[in-house]
Design a protein around this ligand. Structure first.
Ligand SMILES: Cc1cc2nc3c(=O)[nH]c(=O)nc-3n(C[C@H](O)[C@H](O)[C@H](O)COP(=O)(O)OP(=O)(O)OC[C@H]3O[C@@H](n4cnc5c(N)ncnc54)[C@H](O)[C@@H]3O)c2cc1C
Length: 368
């Protein structure tokens, strides 16, 4: 692995090609592919990865079951090996420069770290990889178990609760979809309707056909014993013994810097309801603000670790190509300017006159 410093465009060390905000799988992948193309990259990460509470990352090829913190450490060291400047801290503000130099958009991003509050970096491009926040329903004890035995994704941790007593806590129409997905993993699923709308006749029939018990009423608390979930308590006092609970969370893109960059989120519609908000981009990851790109859960709430990494990689490559186009434009403009200035200061007529004066009749190589 090369440790040669990538060429930096400017003598100003607080000017880089790209600032990547967020260092989960999306941000780290974007940073690494950019740095391997010798782009100067600063990545800032607050270190609150979405899957941090989970014991292991599943469905990530070549690293099955690796702890999120370990994967993060590996990703940071890979990025660092290609001279990405990895900063632990928070990007607190950004601005689109109103008077950009020729060649494309320019930005400033303000970083807050323990050491350097308020450091401002100038960047040619910004990649937002800030992820999302899962908003849990207000049930006592639920948040404390999040990512352990309170789950949301059958693909992420369904295998780990196979054959267990699972409860699905309904908050929206997608809950029944979750019931079906978890029913594939265990025979023992209870559907707690909680705040979800009434199921239709077909869905009631499906629940019966699959042997899923359907419980109507408010769930008020999660019960635990010896640091393990043991049941759900209802408002009417009933308690249902369960070992794990699946819940659809609100999926809210982190909105840090969006307003500063002239961006906003849009509704995420799932099952006919608004299940959260995300930052829209074009298929390549470009946002509505030229020069600002996005990858991972901030723009694709359903993306997993591997697909977020893939999105980051794609965005990194696209940003590099955009910068390459800009570099070529600038180089061609400089070449033309040089040629024009040479042409105006040393025209064909001037050249002939100089030749005549200096060489006289020997100017064609023959002394007559
Ligand atoms: C409990 C749980 C378990 C999961 N398990 C799995 C699994 O097993 N397999 C799987 O494929 N997927 C899993 N997922 C989904 C997985 O977490 C996401 O797909 C993945 O984290 C998305 O990566 P990301 O890079 O977009 O965002 P994140 O990993 O969330 O990273 C975003 C980063 O940006 C940082 N950030 C945000 N704003 C700023 C700012 N202003 N300045 C600096 N930094 C900032 C955050 O602190 C964070 O570190 C799980 C999700 C949850 C909730």
């Amino acid at each position: 692995m090369s440790t040669t410093r990538a060429p930096v465009r400017s003598s100003n060390e607080d000017e880089v090609d790209v600032v990547v905000v967020g260092g989960g799988s999306a941000g780290l992948s974007a940073a690494k592919i950019l740095a391997r193309s010798r782009r100067s990259v600063l990545l800032i990460d607050a270190g609150h990865g979405r899957n941090a509470p989970a014991g292991g990352v599943h469905n990530y090829l070549y690293a099955e079951g690796t702890a999120p913190a370990t994967l993060l450490e590996i990703g940071r060291s890979e990025a660092h090996a290609y001279d990405v400047e990895v900063v632990e801290g928070t990007a607190t503000a950004a601005a689109v420069l109103t008077d950009p130099r020729p060649g494309g958009p320019r930005f400033t991003v303000t970083l807050s770290t323990g050491d350097e509050p308020g450091r401002t970096v100038e960047a040619r491009r910004v990649v937002l990889a800030t992820g999302l926040v899962d908003v849990l329903p207000d049930v006592a004890g639920l948040a404390q178990r999040w990512g352990r035995d309170v789950l949301h994704c059958p693909f992420c941790h369904g295998w780990e609760v196979r054959d267990q007593a699972v409860g699905v806590l309904g908050t929206n129409p997608m809950a029944l979809h979750q019931v079906m997905l978890f029913r594939q993993l265990t025979d023992d699923v209870v559907y707690f309707q909680h705040t979800a709308p009434d199921p239709g006749d077909d869905q009631v029939e499906q629940l019966a056909a699959l042997g899923v018990e359907w419980v109507v009423g408010q769930v008020t608390a999660v019960q635990t014993t010896d640091d393990a979930l043991t049941g759900l308590q209802m408002a009417d006092g009933r308690v249902f013994a369960r070992q794990a609970v699946a819940v659809s969370t609100g999926l809210e893109a982190r909105t840090d810097l969006l307003a500063d960059l002239g961006l906003d989120t849009t509704d995420l519609e799932l099952g006919g309801v608004v299940a959260g908000h995300y930052l829209p981009t074009d298929p390549a990851g470009l946002t509505a603000t030229a020069g600002v790109w996005a990858a991972g859960n901030v723009a694709a709430p359903m993306a997993q670790v591997i697909t977020s990494a893939a999105a980051g990689s794609g965005v990194g490559a696209a940003v590099h190509m955009e910068l390459m186009g800009e570099d070529i434009e600038v180089a061609v403009a400089a070449l033309r300017a040089r040629r024009e200035s040479q042409a105006s200061s040393f025209s064909a007529a001037t050249e002939a006159e100089v030749c005549e004066r200096v060489l006289g009749d020997r100017r064609h190589g023959a002394a007559l």
